[in-house]
Design a protein around this ligand. Structure first.
Ligand SMILES: [Zn+2]
Length: 60
């Protein structure tokens, strides 16, 4: 997939500015509206970034 689209909402860079995320040497893109999802609900993007790992919270 070489087309630049937001990981989360699939809008293209023709529709909204996209922020590049470099992960494992590959560029992925996310739009500013979806950036909070990446920050706060990272697990929602796990399936879209294969290989990404989330450290569990240290305290329970
Ligand atoms: Zn988006």
């Amino acid at each position: 997939m070489s087309k630049k689209t937001c990981l989360n909402c699939n809008r293209t860079d023709a529709q909204i500015p996209l922020i590049a995320l470099i992960f494992k040497g590959e560029a992925n893109y996310i739009c500013p509206q979806c950036l909070p999802v990446l920050i706060h609900k990272t697990q929602n993007l796990l399936e879209k970034l294969p290989g990404m790992e989330i450290a569990p919270p240290a305290d329970e």
